[in-house]
Design a protein around this ligand. Structure first.
Ligand code: ASP
Length: 438
């Protein structure tokens, strides 16, 4: 049995919805479907969720929200008309209107895109609509109550052979609507897949899967056919986004694979995301390349640093006290570097320098911006000789200066720090040079 999630572009119009219904009905195993709010139909179009957030800010700032509300009404009424179904949209909008006040729970308002789209899609399919507020349970601060949710959702859904469920939200233990962060319908899909013990979670979106490199830099990059959860996490952390990062946790331990599929190309096999590769699979050493700009290097140099027990710990304490989440701490005998996103240093740059200077009187101390990190990811890196050498050779042949190398013990990836100005050039050189490893 499969749990299926359709993203906002997949359900942006009546025509798209009909197409998704055909996809659903072409496989009897597709029984629980998670629905996003209508997304963009064309460049420049506005997602319904964005319009709902706009209404909330209009209400707060004492602007008339009615014109924006009518844009949403119009979108849904076009969908209803295009599907040729009976649906009392006026009643739904009267309810929304009656609740518009500055004390309104913004999550409730933001969730109405998913709520209405799921109700409409359920009416079209003739499947039961099950409200996510009765399935997905949050603790405080938008934190999902995992085990309670799996239990409750599993029990409720066991009474239904098929169901349409709105994505993106649930309710806290007082029944107040709470949402995941943006793009959170992916998480709903994973949570439902786990709750109903699905054998596969199909995530239908507007791309054919995970790419081996960023298509904004590499023309038509190769697609990844299989990827492990760990590899995906490394690639998405560095900017390759096809799936909400919280979507992996609910199903990781239960081993349910996620398949990314393209709604506009349903015959394409997409990308299969798995906890472990099939044992007989001939896995290529490298799965993908990703990267991000905007890093800084805080560097401390001090003679005999290596003899001072607790030096590094104290530096990291200062980093933590200043609210900085760091990425890497490469060290040599008398030098320690802390690599973190530049945005973290924006407010505390001089404060940190002062604190470290006061405490250690180092020989040299500076924060240097303008670093980009590029990561080459692959479970196969650890078992194939020469991948790291090849990566460095490619970079040096391209005349790019390496500012940092971090390969960690897991050998799941090799991370290279370079100047931001070399970022695109590095990705291109690696993509071309590593082609035999993909
Ligand atoms: N509609 C929500 C958003 O735009 C959730 C989602 O589509 O996954 O973020």
């Amino acid at each position: 049995m499969k749990t299926v999630k359709f993203g906002g572009t997949s359900l942006a119009s009546a025509e798209m919805m009909k197409h998704c219904a055909d996809i659903l009905k072409s496989d009897d195993a597709r029984r629980y479907v998670i629905v996003s709010a209508p997304g963009k139909r064309f460049d420049g179009d506005i997602k319904v969720t964005d319009l709902l957030y706009r209404i909330y800010s209009e209400v707060l700032n004492d602007y008339d929200p009615e014109p924006t509300l009518m844009v949403i009404y119009q979108r849904f009424s076009e969908i209803i008309e295009g599907l040729g179904i009976e649906f009392d949209l006026d009643k739904e909008f009267d309810e929304i209107r009656s609740k518009l006040s500055p004390d309104l729970n913004p999550n409730w308002l933001a969730s109405r895109g998913e709520y209405l789209n799921a109700k409409i899609f359920a009416a079209y399919l003739g499947w039961p609509f099950i409200d996510a507020k009765d399935l997905i349970i949050f603790k405080e601060n938008h934190i999902l109550s995992h085990h309670l949710t799996y239990k409750v959702a599993g029990e409720v859904l066991s009474d239904f052979s098929h169901a349409v469920i709105p994505g993106f939200y649930g309710a806290d233990t007082h029944g107040e609507i709470t949402t995941f962060t943006r793009g959170g319908s992916d998480v709903t899909g994973a949570v439902i897949a786990r709750s109903v013990k699905a054998s596969l979670y199909e995530n239908w979106t507007d791309v054919s899967g995970v790419m081996t490199a960023d298509p904004r830099i590499i023309d038509n990059p190769k697609q990844v056919k299989w990827i492990s959860y760990r590899e995906l996490r490394e690639l998405s952390y560095m900017g390759a986004s096809v799936l909400h990062e919280d979507a992996i946790l609910p199903i990781r331990s239960s081993g349910i694979p996620i398949q990314i599929r393209n709604t506009m190309d349903p015959d394409a096999e997409g990308t299969m995301i798995v906890s472990r590769y099939p044992f007989d699979m001939n896995k290529h050493p490298v799965t993908g390349i990703a990267g991000k700009k905007g890093f800084s290097n805080l560097q401390i140099e001090m003679a005999l640093m290596n003899t001072q027990v607790g030096f590094g710990a104290r530096v990291l304490e200062i980093i933590a006290e200043n609210g900085i989440s760091y990425e890497h701490t490469p060290t040599s005998i008398d030098i320690i570097s802390v690599i973190a996103e530049t945005r973290y240093f924006e407010k505390c740059r001089s404060k940190i320098i002062m604190e470290i200077d006061r405490e250690f009187h180092p020989d040299k101390l500076f924060i240097e911006d303008g670093m980009a990190l590029v990561t080459v990811v692959g479970e196969g890196i650890s078992t194939n000789v020469g991948v790291a050498a090849k990566v460095l050779q490619i970079i040096s042949n391209a005349g790019i200066n390496v500012r940092m190398i971090d390969a960690g013990c897991s050998e799941l990836n090799i991370i290279i720090g370079i100047n931001e100005t070399d970022y695109e050039k590095t990705i291109k050189a690696l993509y071309d040079g590593l082609h035999e490893y993909f």
